[in-house]
Design a protein around this ligand. Sequence first.
Ligand SMILES: Nc1nc2c(ncn2[C@@H]2O[C@H](COP(=O)(O)OP(=O)(O)OP(=O)(O)O)[C@@H](O)[C@H]2O)c(=O)[nH]1
Length: 298
Amino acid sequence: MSFVGRPNAGKSTLTNAMVGTKVAITSDKPQTTRTVVKGIVHRSDGQLILVDTPGIHRPRTLLGERLNDLVEATWTEVDVVAICFPCNEKIGPGDRRIAENANKLKKGIKRVAVATKTDLATPEQIGEHLMSIQTLGADLGIEWAEIVPVSSVNGDQVELLADLLIKLLPEGPPLYPDGELTDSPEEMIIAELIREAALEGVRDELPHSIAVVVEEMRLREDRPEDKPLMDIHAFLYIERDSQKGIVIGHKGSRLKDVGQRARLQIKELLGMPVYLDLHVKIAKDWQRDPRQLRKLGF
Ligand SMILES: Nc1nc2c(ncn2[C@@H]2O[C@H](COP(=O)(O)OP(=O)(O)OP(=O)(O)O)[C@@H](O)[C@H]2O)c(=O)[nH]1
């Protein structure tokens, strides 16, 4: 199944809350998610495969177009599409467009509405929000299989959502081995963790300009077996020379801080200490350049 919704609706946070571990990075900047991440929830009554997708938006760059295409391609592969409508924001034209698109999907796909971020709204606001979702469904002729309010931050109703979603899935053999929580390669998760750390505290256009690629990752040689160390070399790409100063900070302080925060997360992921070598590079206007996009994995 797949969570969809406009940027910042809380899709990645909900994916992580359901999987119980961080498989997708999150931030308060819209359009953080750039890849399709699969999170797997293992339960006694079934396996729920969550496909976290980039938020749908009006594309302004080639990257934006590619991301929208990716989402629409995902929609054809799933059994359930759950549209996220954050409770702290009114339902707007963006939500409507997404719901309309979801409605064009093939007949068998079930539609679920998830009212996210309930912790940010009063019970009255949540009530009104649920009514608006109902009305939107009626307007567009969408039959919601469920409408579920949740909070990923305090965990409210997250378990219930998993119960309801599993019931909507067709019966079949498990698709992933027990214990596997994501299908993303380790290098990709690591690059994402670095990007997440780099997004903290940057503003305006800069969050969109940042891309991270892990160039090399290998166990340090000559280490005792019980004291492994992973060497990781990564590049943090930006689009313009003028962005360099902000990312690196005074005497490299900001980059150092980003590296430190990312390193702790990577250490937790890999279960071993990590040496992270992080360099900043310029890939001029990469969001609009097909060649650069390819190089960066889009
Ligand atoms: N208070 C509260 N904040 C939430 C909740 N879920 C998500 N957020 C916050 O909302 C922001 C966006 O969350 P994401 O999960 O990154 O949203 P997304 O829909 O994946 O966003 P894109 O990647 O931009 O498409 C982050 O700052 C989250 O911490 C929630 O249940 N409660």
